[in-house]
Every structure is written in structure tokens, then in C-alpha cells.
Design a protein around this ligand. Structure first.
Ligand SMILES: [Zn+2]
Length: 499
């Protein structure tokens, strides 16, 4: 995108109801719908970053706070490795190769590269060699894994997309996109249903306009879809900016979930009885890490977990369009959008929501290497997922993916982003501090609350509580209060004194 930014535009035909100053629908081709659908694969950390660097930045609940907390983390004792910081700030999208084919791809993340040990001997051993997709990891031998001369020969997963140039949908198909972002293949029936719903007598009262849309408008649209129930009108017609006030938090229906809980995390709430509000939470690194992992979740997985009840503008409608109508080219693409996963190595220690790790990057790769005559580096080679055929003089080895969160370059194990065991203080808007550097006395003084107004509560965070925390973090600045206190954790008047 960078080199030819100016030239990258698409056109979009919209039908406007002049009287009410609203967009009734857009008549879109596959290019536009592919852009919309690619949003579902973006990790939340990427979305926070994209929204934040716009001329009019906007806040996504407490996720923006969380993102800034990570930005300000020094390469200190808290993180398992220095890499953990960039993993949270620049989470990878396992569908990046597919999304790169989308006409206006807003994701500014670097494409994934493959690295092996600077010492070729390491990679030419029959087994026990390592590979990584992160720069600056140390090999077991002590050298850096910074050899990126290695070619990666992967069966092109995007090859099957070739044809009409479409990605998730057929490019030449026509779609109807309503103002609240329902996407359907266009037909007389769908148009009529819409017009009736909007109580419009006929199409003649509508004005047709063709918009030229570039990367900037797409970013505005992403923001609009997150914040508005009528994003086409708000972004293209009213040119509305969405800023900090943004989302209004509503927990809505009690969250239903069929997910099983993998043993809850325990946290201690310090609450004010008079305000019925959480002042702060004391919890282990597993809870902080779980909250941080929201940044790695792809948007689609969050919409799936919250079952159409995310309260993120009109995103739920976009998600449901993929669910209900046959807009995608095939089922595997549909699943990429409806159940997107996190890249290998990105899950956290405790994962009560069960967000799955993708098979990308693969657990191990074949390395075919061959001596290369008089060159300074005597070997070259390539990595591949399929066992290659050898010629004489070639060597074949199997390289394992290094767990990017492991300080000692282990291949196995999940491991967490944060070192443990550690206790943290987390405020209601998700600012976190190690307990050791938290001055509870001065904090309590600053709150100016009588001591008998304070009460401690122990809470177990299982799947349902975890879902509520996820939902609240998207649109609230009082995450623990909204996710836990409003749900049965009422404090009885008889209870008094801190425990
Ligand atoms: Zn090595």
C-alpha cells in the first residue's frame, strides 16, 4: 500500500435519502465487501493502534488504556521477554496473507518473515534446530536468530483465491450494504425488503452518488463501524468524527455461553459501599495477562464470543451477515472470518474464553540447505512445510518453532507474557501496577472515603465473568464495576469494615 497509496482507490455507489439526509444503501462490488470483512480478522491491538493514530483519535473502552500501559512498560522485570511487548502492541493476524490481497488493506503491520540461527551448523543438524518469525530471538547456541536470507517456500494458501481477484467474496458479485452494515447479495427482493423497512415508497426519491474511497476513508469507516449504528451516513454523508465519548456501555442480556471454564482466576476487589463501585482489584499475573490478551484477539473472535451482543456500533451486523447469508466464496474463508484465531505463541497462560491458536506459523518446518561454493556464507537453503526431495550434497533438517515468550528459547509450552508469580493492583479502567510499587495508604487517602465505607470481596473469574470483563473492556471505563458488581455482587448494608 505504502508505495502507491495515492493511486489506491475504489468506487462505491450509494443511494441517499435527501429528505432525511441518510444513506439508504450502498451498491457495492466484491472489493468493498472484502475490505469490510477483512476487519473481522484484525487483532484488537491493531485496531486500537489504527484508530489511535488518526487525526481524530478515539478511545475503545479501556482497551486503549491497556494498549498505552503496554507502550509505557519499560523492558523491565514485568515481562517474560522484551519481545512480549511488541507481541501485544503488534499482534499478528494469522490471515495476513489473505488480507494482503484485499484492495485497500488498512493493516500497517510488517509482513511475517522467517529467521534461523546465524550459525548455519545449528540449522543443518538433523533435528533440534530452531526457527522463528520474530527478530532478535536468541538461539540455544547463544547466537542470534537473525538469518533472514532463508527463503520460505510455503504452498501459497492464497493461490486458491486467484480467479476473479476477489478475496473473501467473488469480486464481480454485487452486494447491498445497508446503513447499519447488513451485507447481502443484491437482488430485487432484498432491495424491496429494505425499502419497506425504511418506509420508502419507491427508489425515485433516492439520489445516487458514486464515492471515491481511499485508505483514509476506509480507516474512518472502520472507526465509524465500531462507534455508530449508521456508519455509512455518519462517515460519508455527515462526515462525523467519533472521539473519546464514543461507545456507551450496556451489558445487555446476561451473556450466554457454552464454553467450559478452565478453573477460575481469583481476584480481590476493593470496593466502596456508598458508590457501589470497585476502587481497585488485587490479582495475580494470570488475570493481568488475560486482560492484556484482549489486544491479541481478532475482532471476529470477540464478536463470536459475545454472540451478537458486543455493543460495538454495527460490527455485530457485519458478523451476522457472514453467518446468515452466503456472501463468502467458501466455508473455509467463512470460518476464517467467523472464528479467527490468534497466531501460534500468542495465547496467554490462563485462557478461560478458549480463544484458539492457529496452525500459523507451523510447529516445525523442513530446512533444505546446500553448500554454496565460495560465497562468504557457505550455505543457502529454504524452509518448507512439505518434506522436499534432495540432491546430493543437500542436507535436510527439521526446525522447530521457538516459543516467542520463552526467555530460554524453548519450543514447547505456552508461557505467559508476564513473569510470575506476581501480584498486581488494577484500577477499574485497567491501569495496572505491581503490588510492590503501589502505595495503598496514599491511594486510600486520595479517595477521601471513610474507612467503614470500604470493603474487600473475593471473586472467581470463570468463563461467564471473563466474557463480561471482555465486553466491558470494549466500551467501559469502569470495567470491574460494570462486569462484576452489577451482577449479583451487591454489598449488603450489614457488612462493614474492611476484611
Ligand atoms: Zn544456533
Amino acid at each position: 500500500m505504502a508505495s502507491e497509496e495515492g493511486s489506491q482507490t475504489i468506487s462505491l455507489k450509494v443511494h441517499i435519502d435527501k429528505e432525511k439526509n441518510r444513506v439508504v444503501m450502498a451498491e457495492a462490488d466484491g472489493d468493498f465487501v472484502d475490505i469490510l470483512l477483512s476487519f473481522l480478522t484484525l487483532p484488537m491491538g491493531t485496531i486500537v493502534r489504527l484508530i489511535n493514530k488518526q487525526p481524530q483519535p478515539a478511545t475503545i473502552g479501556s482497551l486503549t488504556t491497556l494498549y498505552k500501559e503496554v507502550e509505557n512498560l519499560e523492558k523491565q522485570q514485568l515481562l517474560q521477554t522484551q519481545l512480549c511487548k511488541s507481541m501485544l502492541l503488534h499482534p499478528r493476524n494469522p490471515s495476513e496473507n489473505v488480507c494482503r490481497k484485499v484492495k485497500l488493506n488498512v493493516d500497517d503491520s510488517e509482513p511475517t518473515k522467517y529467521y534461523i540461527c546465524a550459525n548455519w551448523k545449528c540449522s543443518r543438524r538433523e533435528s533440534g534446530g530452531l526457527y522463528t518469525t520474530f527478530k532478535n530471538l536468541k538461539c540455544k547456541c547463544g547466537k542470534m536468530m537473525d538469518n533472514d536470507d532463508i527463503r520460505m517456500q510455503i504452498e501459497d494458501e492464497t493461490a486458491r483465491l486467484e480467479g476473479d481477484g476477489g478475496v473473501f467474496v467473488c469480486r464481480t458479485n454485487k452486494f447491498m450494504v445497508t446503513d447499519d452494515l447488513q451485507v447481502d447479495p443484491i437482488s430485487t427482493a432484498t432491495i424491496l425488503t429494505l425499502l419497506r423497512k425504511l418506509e420508502l415508497k419507491d427508489m425515485s426519491s433516492l439520489q445516487e452518488t458514486t464515492l471515491i474511497i481511499g485508505p483514509e476513508e476506509i480507516l474512518k469507516l472502520l472507526k465509524g463501524i465500531l462507534f455508530s449504528k449508521t456508519p455509512l451516513t455518519d462517515v460519508f454523508l455527515r462526515k462525523q468524527e467519533f472521539t473519546a465519548e464514543g461507545l456507551k456501555f450496556e451489558m445487555g442480556d446476561p451473556l450466554q455461553s457454552s464454553l467450559s471454564s478452565e478453573g477460575g482466576m481469583t481476584l480481590k476487589l476493593m470496593m466502596s459501599k456508598s458508590m457501589n463501585k470497585v476502587l481497585y482489584v488485587e490479582a495475580g499475573e494470570d488475570l493481568v495477562e488475560f486482560l492484556l490478551s484482549f489486544l491479541t484477539f481478532p475482532l471476529g473472535s470477540i464478536l463470536q464470543l459475545l454472540g451478537g451482543n458486543s455493543s460495538l456500533g454495527s460490527m455485530d451486523n457485519l458478523y451476522k451477515s457472514v453467518q446468515h447469508s452466503g456472501v463468502t466464496r467458501d466455508d473455509s474463508l467463512r470460518n476464517l472470518l467467523l472464528q479467527p484465531m490468534v497466531c501460534r505463541g500468542f495465547t496467554c497462560r490462563r485462557n478461560p474464553l478458549g480463544v484458539k491458536e492457529s496452525q500459523q506459523p507451523p510447529p516445525s518446518l523442513w530446512c533444505r540447505s546446500y553448500a554454496n561454493g565460495r560465497m562468504a556464507n557457505p550455505y543457502t537453503g529454504y524452509l518448507t512445510t512439505k518434506k522436499p526431495n534432495l540432491k546430493s550434497g543437500d542436507r535436510l533438517s527439521l526446525l522447530d518453532f521457538v516459543n516467542p515468550k520463552s526467555p530460554t528459547s524453548e519450543t514447547a509450552g505456552q508461557g505467559g507474557f508476564l513473569k510470575g508469580p506476581a501480584t498486581f493492583i488494577i484500577t477499574d479502567n485497567l491501569v495496572f501496577t505491581p503490588l510492590a510499587s503501589f502505595w495503598s495508604l496514599s491511594f486510600l487517602k486520595s479517595m477521601e472515603l471513610p474507612l467503614d465505607d470500604l470493603v474487600f470481596r473475593m471473586v472467581k473469574v470463570g468463563t461467564v465473568e471473563a466474557l463480561r470483563l471482555l465486553k466491558a473492556s470494549l466500551s467501559s471505563n469502569s470495567v470491574f464495576t460494570d462486569a462484576l458488581v452489577e451482577f449479583g455482587l451487591k454489598i449488603s448494608k450489614q457488612e462493614s469494615k474492611t476484611q
